[in-house]
Design a protein around this ligand. Sequence first.
Ligand code: ASP
Length: 603
Amino acid sequence: MNNWKRTVPCGTMRAADTGTELVLNGWVHRQRDFGDLVFIDLRDRTGLVQIVVDKKDAPELVATANSLRSEFVVSVRGTVRPRRAGTENPNLLTGEIEIAATGLEILNASKGLPFQVSDEEQMRLVDETLRVKYRYLDLRRSKMYSMLEMRHRAVKRIRDFMDGRDFLEIETPIFTKSTPEGARDYVVPYRLEPGLFYALPQSPQQYKQLLMVAGCDRYFQIARCFRDEALRADRQPEFSQLDVEMSFVEQEDVLELIEAMTVDVVEHISDKQLPQPFPRLTYDEAIRRYGSDKPDMRFGLELIDLAESITGTEFVVFRSALDNGGQVKAVRYPGGGALSRKETDDLSNFCKEFGAKGLATIAVTEPTPAGVKSAISKFMTDEQMQAILTALRAEKGDLICIIADPKPSVVANVLSRLRLEIGRRCGLRNPDVLQFALITDFPLVQWSEEGHRWEAEHHPFTMPYEEHLPYFDTDPSKIRAQCYDLVCNGQESGSGSIRIHRPDIQAKVFDLLGISREKQQERFGHILEAFSYGAPPHGGFATGIDRLLMNLLDEPNIREVIAFPKMGFGYDPLMDSPSTIDDAQLQEIGLRVVPRKKTDRTE
Ligand code: ASP
């Protein structure tokens, strides 16, 4: 063929285009060879179309058509015609037509593939590391291409939205100095002075605050962030976030922006239900009602404190929890009353895995004390039992699940997990709903048992409430901060805060975190100095792009929404990285490698 370049993409022809002469370029998705008659499903990113090479019409093409294999790249010249009646394919957008080939040229051959990209059934069984090693083949699948397309649309929509609100997109450096976000830094050696290192940014936090000092007023960036921390299904060592900072704002202004941006993006690229306005809860309220600062609010089943219902109880498990500063709380399991003894034991073991000493249950056969089956009824008065049933709004068939512990954090953790499990079993976690919520007023710091020190709950630039400043000297755990998280369906999807712009408060926070004055200067001297040149009140947030895509696509694995992800331990099987570098390179940057046992990678 003298002119092989396509005139239209593969997936675009319809019955109305019958008679159109065209040239198509694409990959051989499948070839069905009947000798003198060959069918080729030709694919590009727009879809599939059926090509027919028929000896009767074009005898000179048959040998080439016979030689085609999966994933060969070809150019086809031909004419659009309707498929024979009864051979239409309703699953394809081009399913009513086919292309009668008049020209066929192989542009490139392909080796036998490590997996068949044309067979979705089989692809589900392919080892994920193999898929990532051959990502350029994996991405040929329409499912993966749709993901890339949705990601592109989401990011474009975000950019347009932020532009419409007068934000400027500004790039910040990748070679920088550590910004603490609670993870380890990735570092880059400095060749000219061995022993010095850049850190890759865990977030552009300091730069965006410096941009506010610079008077930029409204900044955003689709920022790459790097955090060396244990990988989980929803984490990657490098990831993207929408990073935002605004001057002369209060918390309310930032919350309004987060919600408006999220609604705008989700409504434009997804059909999911998006309840609005986003509910807002303080951290304390979220812990009280759901046991978690990332509540899944697609369903109720809130945790109920039983202290009042069981006033004066002599039941030793409850009594000792309450007398030792603990809690007795419960969650309702609709229909759980029908669980067998073994199933209830399994539920109890589930709770023990998360730290509970045990699980007390009440099966409700009638919502009266006389209508319950429970091992603890003998320790309860009728009034107490009735009070529990009333507090839980128990209905016939329910199972009331009660956790008692001297540590409120254990009660919260166990019941929040149990609540999610009950929600899952009862089909209440509807995948068609994106239930966002804004959680506010987090503690400024949390005590680290391991490190024996106060650690920032978010990061050290978060502004405490002015009226809580006295707690710095009395009980730092009581300090609440002007910071907030965006959660979606029970997962964190963003966070931010109003920042400290007064050097005296910033120094107080660093002091509380145990960062000596000397260290403060060494690590943050630049930002402390910047704040002394007229820093405006400011605040901002960041939301994860990868997590947004996971929510939009119901994808529990973050790797499925990233073009080239890392596998466990940050390993990239495609490039085979990280990898060694030669001695000359090591020498140039002044480094010598101290070998370690392989097991060190597993922490
Ligand atoms: N720097 C924070 C983060 O990356 C977000 C923020 O406070 O704006 O999580």
